[in-house]
Design a protein around this ligand. Structure first.
Ligand SMILES: O=P(O)(O)O[C@H]1O[C@H](CO)[C@@H](O)[C@H]1O
Ligand SMILES: O=c1cc[nH]c(=O)[nH]1
Length: 232
């Protein structure tokens, strides 16, 4: 048992899928895993362990934003021995050619958060995906005929930005989309020497204003979840 996760050592698999939304974790346990057991309900941040095609895998909600995912990933690694963390999140597109429902593999995660400047005494750390896991995801997506885009993304501390043009400076540098956790995932994973990758489904379009409703966000992310589970 750790401060935020009610589980014993061995209850959690070495590979953990990380949706921000704990209800997405429950939906994955219900629809994709065999013999899923719920191990965590602290703060309603559900976590489950089951099997997928015979392999043990866990799904743990992380909540929204860098502080929240940093707590869960720290405990998953240090208290429960997680070795491979795969975020499965929603994102807002910054590019006209990245459409709603597209899947993006985050090769790197720029951020407007100060968290790494605090850790690195004002120097700038570049949070990046694990290369081997990233390449496996690209190949697996090809095998499954799931089209993916890949590139730099933005992990933002702000969801409701007061400046509607804020996205432009990132878009001009080729940043594909925005979400709120990947830079922290990559940084915590790097700190403890484990593998991590963020797979994102575009649910909103920052340029066109298009958006998926809340129920679709929870339920219509099947391809992303399948791709992540195939990497266990
Ligand atoms: O769908 P999840 O994984 O929560 O990810 C995105 O959705 C939330 C904002 O609605 C933020 O957590 C953002 O990163
Ligand atoms: O952080 C996020 C997540 C989904 N959609 C957005 O616009 N932003």
């Amino acid at each position: 048992m750790s401060l935020h996760i009610r589980a014993e050592k061995g209850d959690i698999a070495e590979t953990v899928l990380l949706p921000g939304d704990p209800l997405r974790a429950r939906w994955i346990a219900d629809h994709f895993l065999e013999n899923a057991i719920q191990y965590n309900d602290i703060r309603g941040m559900y976590g489950y362990t089951g099997t997928y095609r015979g392999k043990k895998v866990s799904v743990q909600g992380t909540g929204m934003g860098i502080p929240s995912i940093s707590i869960y990933t720290h405990e998953l690694i240090n208290d429960f021995g997680a070795k491979q963390l795969i975020r499965i999140g929603s994102a807002g597109s910054y590019q006209p050619y990245i459409k709603v429902r597209d899947i993006v593999l985050a090769m790197a995660a720029s951020t407007n958060s100060n968290i790494n400047r605090i850790h690195f005494n004002q120097d700038s750390f570049a949070p990046a995906a694990d290369y081997e896991l990233f390449i496996r995801a690209v190949k697996k997506a090809e095998d499954l005929k799931i089209p993916v885009k890949a590139g730099n993304i933005l992990t933002s501390d702000i969801f409701y930005d007061k400046d509607p043009e804020y996205y432009r400076k990132w878009a001009e540098y080729g940043v594909l989309c925005v979400e709120m956790e990947a830079a922290a995932l990559y940084s915590v994973a790097a700190r403890f020497g484990i593998k991590s990758l963020a797979i994102l489904t575009v649910t909103d379009h920052i340029v066109t204003g298009e958006s998926m409703d809340a129920a679709s966000r929870e339920n219509s992310l099947k391809e992303m979840v399948t791709l992540a589970l195939e990497l266990t």
